[in-house]
Design a protein around this ligand. Structure first.
Ligand code: 5GP
Ligand code: MN
Length: 336
């Protein structure tokens, strides 16, 4: 374990640092990682962001993006960096299984491991953690880490601010979710003052779709949406054939589940997609309904109460059937 004083001492000298985040990184994963990256490089550290897998085009514009290493494309180099690191920051995840094969490399590295995360039930692999499930984003916790733990608010420059703003914006569904507190808005105001151009970031993330992506969304809503009124639940299930037909790329499916949740009577929405190696589920819920409970119990996953994910090696149709069979267990919560 590291106490705050030792951590501050450690960071006072240039260190070899790896920052990593969960596989299939989302806006918060990339925003928090690159926000921390842009902070640390100002202090002379040697920093590398390594992602377990690739990530969407609409997240590939953030300052420092050109320095990101994708593990699956550079396995040997990444393994060496992890083994050599003195500090490894683990952002937006708290279980080593979330970074695929990198998990065991991080576990066996001698580096100090620092977890900055807002998911439930952290695994015990870290030496220091800035962990809070009430935070709306890991990027909010990176802001908190820089301002309140390291007392270095002055180093939040435009690059740091831009990345952290992106993380908070995407994970709070554009400042809409219940955990978007006044403290979040104050932090975000600081980030805008530090140089984050809020309207431009919104454009880059949300208005950068391809024509295919929009037509795919149309297909999902017209042909794949199933509403189950007796459970206040909606499902959008997509097969691999259609993913290929619409040339769906990493990230193109993100957010589609929210359209199903936007129906007023719907309390639980599921997006179920047949990927090449497995079937992936994304669940979203309103209010107190524990979407993460279903993912954890039945689909080897987890997440937050209102946003959770999981997967299965069964066929698409059997996952859909299984999901429907689970609903009666939750009926009381779903129809209240
Ligand atoms: P998404 O539906 O966007 O893939 O994931 C929604 C939320 O659930 C994210 O916060 C993500 O971290 C979490 N999540 C998604 N898949 C998994 C999984 O397989 N395991 C765990 N523990 N969490 C997941
Ligand atoms: Mn997050």
């Amino acid at each position: 374990m590291l106490d705050i004083a030792s951590l501050i001492n450690l960071l006072a000298q240039p260190q070899k640092i790896v920052i990593t985040t969960h596989h299939k990184p989302d806006g918060d994963a990339m925003g928090s990682s690159l926000g921390l990256y842009n902070y640390l490089i100002q202090q002379g550290h040697h920093v590398k962001v390594i992602t377990p897998t690739d990530y969407p085009e609409f997240l590939s514009w953030m300052p420092g993006n050109e320095e990101v290493m994708i593990y699956t494309s550079h396995t040997e180099q990444a393994a060496n960096l992890i083994a050599d690191a003195q500090i490894i920051f683990c952002l937006d995840f708290n279980a080593l299984g979330r970074i695929n094969e990198m998990g065991e490399l991080v576990r066996s590295s001698k580096a100090f491991k620092i977890m900055i995360d807002h998911h439930l039930e952290p695994e015990d692999f870290d030496d220091y953690r800035n962990w809070n499930i009430n935070a709306c984003a890991a990027a909010q916790l990176v802001y908190d880490f820089i301002v309140n733990v390291l007392h270095n608010k002055a180093l939040i420059n435009a690059d740091v601010a831009t990345c952290l703003y992106t993380g908070i914006m995407t994970d709070s569904a554009s400042f809409r979710l219940p955990n978007t507190t006044s403290a979040v808005h104050r932090a975000v105001a600081d980030l805008i003052d530090a140089g984050a151009v809020n309207w431009r970031i919104h454009e880059l993330v949300y208005n950068s779709a391809s024509e295919n992506r929009l037509r795919f969304l149309g297909h999902c809503l017209t042909n794949c949406l199933e509403v189950l009124p007796e459970f206040n639940t909606a499902i959008i299930a997509v097969n691999k054939y259609d993913l290929d037909k619409y040339d769906v790329n990493t990230g193109d499916t993100e957010g589609i589940v929210n359209y199903a949740l936007s129906i007023s009577s719907i309390h639980l929405a599921a997006f179920i997609v047949e990927r090449s190696d497995k079937v992936k589920l994304s669940l979203r819920s309103k209010g107190d309904f524990p979407a993460n409970d279903i993912c954890k119990k039945y689909f080897s996953g987890g997440g937050h109460r209102n946003a959770a994910g999981g997967h299965s090696t069964d066929s698409l149709q059997s996952v859909i059937n299984q999901f429907k069979l689970i609903l009666p267990e939750y009926k009381k919560l779903l129809i209240q």
